[in-house]
Design a protein. Structure first.
Length: 305
């Protein structure tokens, strides 16, 4: 539990409508307004997160630009709302349904959601309370924004550029890291180095927030998910071997820095096509929606909880 999370939990009992502390970045906010002035997280997220009287346990979703974060997160939210693998998700706040609605609406038109903009105002935040098998254990909070890949890249290069990203990562008890399997096949060296930077960032932020400074490895589970496996079946058939063959640097840092990590393969559709309009602009068409491997990474993260 972070220091400002403890502070927020305590202060939320007294602030009421007068304000409180942002659950993501720890910034004090007044009663007026709808978003945190520092990280732009919805203040409704902070209010619902502390309503249970216990600190939330974040699980975040990250990935490079084009890795499919929006469609993955939207499909995951949709599956959790219906119940999957013994997990059940309850979305808190209208903002938490926006990514799900955006994704499902696009797929119904055989299209994929538009790319997320780099401006923080364009990010859709998600807070989904996830329980497992109706056990009386503390739920996990899938708390993340649909961060733009460019924003994540800039935060890695200039720590503090986007406070929301660092705040969410620092508090995460589990991380879902998405990698575009098609890009890995086409340019394995570039993708390996990019993933290495992102995992190094996750490790450094988590290590700085860790209570134990002696153990080199951190205990936060890291699920590396290869997306778009409909066009790269080898990543779905054996994601561990796919990672070892194409992304050795990523595999090595996972082994050295994380006590729990695992590779997964996922897809949203079974097949796609390319459509070209009269102006020569091409777009991907989702011919058949058939999600596979979407909920398994989160289920794996939840098992020891």
């Amino acid at each position: 539990m972070t220091r400002y999370t403890e502070q927020a939990l305590a202060s939320s009992r007294y602030c009421g409508d007068a304000g409180g502390i942002c659950v993501c970045c720890g910034t004090q906010y007044p009663g007026a307004g709808r978003h945190c002035q520092r990280c732009q997280a919805p203040l409704e997220l902070s209010q619902t997160a502390f309503a249970r009287g216990m600190p939330p346990r974040f699980v975040s979703v990250l990935g490079e630009s084009g890795s499919g974060k929006t469609v993955y997160l939207g499909m995951l939210m949709d599956m959790l709302s219906k119940g999957v693998l013994g997990m059940r998700g309850i979305a808190h706040g209208s903002h938490s349904v926006a990514v799900q609605n955006r994704t499902i609406s696009a797929l119904q038109r055989r299209r994929f959601p538009e790319k997320t903009g780099s401006d923080a105002d364009d990010w859709q935040w998600v807070h989904c309370e996830v329980t497992k098998d109706r056990r009386k254990k503390r739920p996990l909070d899938l708390v993340t924004a649909d961060f733009a890949g460019e924003a994540i890249a800039l935060e890695i290069e200039q720590s503090g550029a986007y406070p929301a990203i660092r705040s969410v990562v620092s508090q995460s008890v589990g991380v879902l890291l998405l990698c575009d399997s098609i890009s890995v096949c086409r340019a394995p060296l570039n993708e390996d180095i990019s993933a290495l930077k992102l995992v190094s960032y996750i490790y450094d932020v988590q290590k700085a927030n860790s209570a134990s400074r002696t153990d080199r490895r951190i205990t936060t589970p890291l699920a590396v998910v290869f997306t778009k496996c409909d066009q790269c079946p080898e990543a779905q058939e054996d994601p561990q071997r796919f990672a070892a063959n194409n992304m050795p640097r990523l595999s090595q840092i996972c082994q050295a820095g994380f006590s729990r990590f695992r590779f997964f393969g996922a897809r949203i559709v079974a097949s796609t096509a390319t459509s070209v309009d009269e102006y020569g602009c091409s777009s991907h068409v989702a011919l058949h929606v058939e999600p596979h491997g979407i909920a398994e990474p989160l289920d794996w993260i939840m098992k020891p909880c």
